[in-house]
Design a protein around this ligand. Structure first.
Ligand SMILES: [Zn+2]
Length: 88
């Protein structure tokens, strides 16, 4: 970082939008504060569903509870595997 008047370091270091562009790369425009997308890719105020909205729910496979459950099952399986390895 320099003490130049036009020090853009902090601005350039801000989180970037990861939306996929038409040529296949990431958007790289600055993400809206507190979001992972820029103002043009769904980060605009008021965009997106409100929290706990279930309008687009189809099967719940990716619900927070289901993801946590799968993570716990995997941890248990890993633990059991390590225990069995220790018995050999
Ligand atoms: Zn973007």
């Amino acid at each position: 970082m320099s003490d130049h008047a036009n020090d853009t370091g902090p601005m350039l270091a801000s989180p970037r939008c990861g939306a996929k562009t038409r040529i296949g790369g990431a958007c790289r425009a600055p993400a809206v504060h507190g979001k992972t997308r820029c103002r043009m890719h769904g980060g605009a105020p008021g965009s997106g569903a409100p929290r706990a909205n279930r309008n687009a729910r189809k099967h719940g496979l990716f619900s927070r509870a289901a993801i946590v459950e799968r993570r716990e099952i995997r941890a248990l399986l890993g633990e059991a595997r390590r225990m069995l390895e220790g018995m050999k």
